[in-house]
Design a protein around this ligand. Structure first.
Ligand code: DGY
Length: 322
């Protein structure tokens, strides 16, 4: 029996256990669970695969697709976003691409809410002062109210909508939103569509939830920071490159905005020496929005379902394109 070779780019025992149940599949797995597969390993190991199961840190470029060759039928990413994959080339070559929407929107929205609270109420900054022995006085730690504030959401997809609901039901926030889906009537919330400039000018919180693509790269740039309120906070749980990081650093250093809270940066990991780490009004966490046990399991299940469907010439349950 000729086995179907699949490359799994990250050591995840649950994924390997599931794949081991199918005797027709031969798994080549990058052994490490604590670092991204190096590019040269990705290229070498992709050769002759029918499927690749990857994550967001793996850049599935022309070089990787060329190395995989004509046997490759499917690239399945364990993520909702797919900006790390050359989608146009996959489409041209008839390689299916699957992703994992529908299971991480709630926990991503939860993290955005947490970052919003942390940035507006200066939680990390005050924690750092307390742990450094600088207890201080309460006036040092005044932030701004979350309840009743105006929240501007860039990208009202399933994550943006979940965040909007949490902020409106939980904190009675006024919701503004922008993005290409203005004609979509948001379900279950009272939200107003505005253009980006108005959103930036009127929001106390600007929260980024759009995908990264040619239209959204550096959408939040120096001009955008000029328009934002001085006491506004920026929350980004989408992709680092939606924000011009140099412009963000400048905006934080020159108090053009009050604070930023980032789950995503450019690059990832962000080097320890990066000046954003020195900014007391900048919170950075290591891309953990989908990091709950239940969510990661659900994402693995969806990634596996796409992989197995793709190598079996079946339609993918969650295709990026049809
Ligand atoms: C995704 O799935 O795209 C998220 O960024 C992972 O946290």
């Amino acid at each position: 029996m000729t086995k179907r070779k699949v490359l799994v780019t990250r050591f995840v025992p649950y994924v390997l256990e599931q794949l081991a149940k199918d005797p027709t599949i031969e798994v080549d797995c990058y052994e490490r669970d604590d670092e991204a597969i190096p590019l040269n390993e990705l290229i070498t190991r992709a050769a002759g695969c029918v499927g690749i199961l990857c994550i967001i840190s793996d850049k599935i470029t022309k070089q990787v697709l060329d190395a995989a060759g004509p046997t490759l039928k499917v690239v399945s990413t364990i993520s909702a976003g797919y900006d790390h994959i050359d989608i146009a080339l996959c489409r041209e070559r008839g390689i299916k691409v699957g992703h994992t929407p529908g299971c991480l929107h709630i926990c991503t929205a939860e993290l955005a809410v947490g970052l919003t609270l942390a940035a507006k109420r200066r939680l990390f900054e005050s924690n750092r002062c307390a742990s450094e022995g600088d207890w201080g006085v309460i006036q040092m730690y005044c932030g701004t109210d979350v309840s009743g504030c105006t929240v501007g959401i860039i990208g009202l997809g399933e994550i943006g909508l979940a965040y909007a609901r949490m902020m409106q039901y939980g904190f009675q926030c006024k919701i503004l939103y922008t993005g290409p889906r203005e004609k979509t009537i948001p379900q279950g919330i009272n939200a107003t569509y505005v253009d980006l400039n108005r959103l930036l000018e009127q929001s106390d919180v600007v929260s980024v939830h759009c995908p990264l693509n040619a239209d959204t790269r550096y959408l939040i740039n120096a001009q955008a920071f000029e328009r934002m309120k001085k006491d506004a906070v920026l929350v980004n749980t989408a992709r680092g490159d939606v924000v011009d990081q140099e412009a963000l650093l400048n905006a934080l250093q020159s108090s053009k905005i009050a604070a930023a809270a980032l789950d995503v940066t450019s690059p990832e990991p962000l080097p320890r020496t990066h000046p954003l780490f020195q900014q007391r009004n900048c919170i950075i966490v290591p891309h953990i929005a989908s990091a709950t046990i239940r969510t990661r399991h659900a994402m693995c299940d969806r990634g596996l379902a796409n992989l197995v469907a793709g190598i079996s010439d079946q339609p993918l349950p969650n295709p990026v394109f049809m």
